[in-house]
Design a protein around this ligand. Structure first.
Ligand SMILES: *Cc1c(COP(=O)(O)O)cnc(C)c1O
Length: 429
């Protein structure tokens, strides 16, 4: 049986420790942890066929887009069933109009908003709530810009565990809060941004012995790494030139890099896509670090952007993200809120809805296309992280065509109504 353990993710330390109890930092250097495995005896050549065979199978676990790939995350004790809601198995679709908008011949989007709670966080949550159960955790908790808490609340409910979420007051979309309430989680409003909420939560959780499910939890990353495995499987293992993600706390890009690294070590892919991270101008500490070539991330005290899912000034996973971009020869871009708005509307012309944070990917692709980093014929996949209905206020307030509705009086003669509508159609060109 495969042995799993925790290891400091900083290669210059790499200290190994026991897989339990859960820890969020290296006991020697304080760095980020990762889950590692002793894969001796594994036979990865047969895995792609095995995974394909499970697709559409009769077992609930085989239909999960995370646990279908369980050979890559063998950390649960023998015989323990994962806590799953049928996550993953999300669509990969072409976006031809959005591609044209960005100056590309073609573009694909992997829609992680089509997950049980509406964001990619579910991939990580099924893994870490399952781990929490294996550790007999009594309470699970997180600080969140919204989607981590919706997801935690769902999986905690599924596991029968109480869930507590710390959110910045008034800074989370009502849809996301409503989801957490719907699943019976306790909502604690505190501070004005994510970073403050996380700081307080970590103190409280340490004192009360709560299990923290933020992306500093290395088991979250294990679930999230399957996104790239599924994406490559959907492309028949053809590796794209670029994979683009929004950057908030930088867990997503770290997870994708870990997945790629493992697939590469197992010989299942021969090369890696270049990873691109896109941040919002008002919340771009990682972009500043990357473009300045500095060594240490300088946190931003008052991050601002309407893409609230990535409104984070002190991203915990930045050292992993730096290594991800270095290893994959990737890059980082920063886009304005108006570029995000236009990119979101461009995706809409393909019938693809998403959260504002997800649309940073297309805005960043357009920018990097204009600067020549991405060629016109490049194969690009954008990861859309959250569902369109997560933030409808944003759409009604920000869409370029907001306020263009027509109201018709029932007293009006139908001919006049027809002329109004014909004129609208004409104006669209
Ligand atoms: C969490 C989240 C992000 C940011 O992901 P990180 O892993 O924190 O970088 C982006 N978009 C959406 C919709 C999210 O929920």
């Amino acid at each position: 049986m495969t042995r799993s353990f925790l290891r400091c993710a900083d290669p210059s330390c790499a200290r190994e420790s026991a897989p339990a109890p859960i820890a969020y930092a290296c006991p020697r250097c304080g760095g980020l942890l990762e889950v590692a495995y002793d894969f001796a005896g594994a036979q990865p050549e047969g895995w792609p066929e095995l995974w394909r065979h499970r697709l559409g199978g009769a077992s609930e676990l085989d239909r999960s887009g995370v646990w279908r790939f369980r050979e890559l995350l063998p950390f649960l004790p023998e015989g323990q069933a994962p806590i799953s809601l049928g996550e993953g198995s999300t669509p990969l679709v072409s976006a031809p109009r959005a591609a044209r908008w960005a100056g590309l011949a073609g573009l694909e989007v992997k829609h992680q908003g089509v997950n049980p709670s509406g964001s990619f966080k579910d991939l990580g949550m099924t893994a870490c709530i399952s781990h929490a159960v294996s550790e007999h955790a009594r309470v699970v908790a997180c600080a969140s810009t919204g989607n981590t808490s919706s997801s935690m609340a769902a999986y905690a409910a599924r596991a029968g565990l109480p869930a507590v979420l710390f959110v910045p007051a008034g800074a989370v979309s009502s849809a996301k809060l409503a989801q957490a309430v719907d699943f019976g989680a306790l909502v604690v409003e505190t501070g004005s941004n994510f970073d403050q909420a996380l700081r307080l939560l970590r103190q409280v959780a340490a004192e009360l012995g709560w299990y923290v499910v933020n992306s500093i939890n290395p088991y979250r990353i294990e679930g999230q790494k399957t996104a790239i495995v599924e994406l490559l499987e959907q492309r028949g293992w053809r590796v794209p030139d670029f994979v683009v993600v929004p950057g908030g706390n930088l867990g997503n890009v770290s997870a994708i890099a870990k997945g790629l690294l493992e697939l590469h070590r197992f010989g299942l892919i021969g090369k890696t896509p270049r990873l691109l991270v896109v941040q919002a101008d008002g919340s771009n500490p990682f972009f500043r670090l990357w473009s300045s070539g500095g060594d240490i991330l300088e946190p931003m005290d008052d991050p601002q952007t309407r893409a609230t899912a990535i409104r984070i000034g002190s991203p915990a996973n930045w050292p992993k993200a730096v290594r991800a971009l270095q290893w994959s020869e990737g890059d980082c871009a920063s886009v304005s809120d108006s570029e995000i708005r236009d990119a979101k509307a461009a995706l809409g012309t393909d019938g693809i809805g998403c959260e504002p944070a997800s649309a940073t990917t297309l805005a960043g692709v357009r920018q990097l296309r204009n600067s020549g980093t991405i060629g016109e014929a490049a194969e690009v996949v954008a990861i859309l992280t959250g569902h369109q209905l997560k933030d409808v206020d944003y759409i009604l307030e920000e869409h370029p065509q907001r306020g263009e509705g027509v109201s018709l009086s029932l007293d009006q003669d139908p001919g006049a109504a027809s002329r109004v509508l014909a004129a609208w159609l004409e104006s669209r060109g």
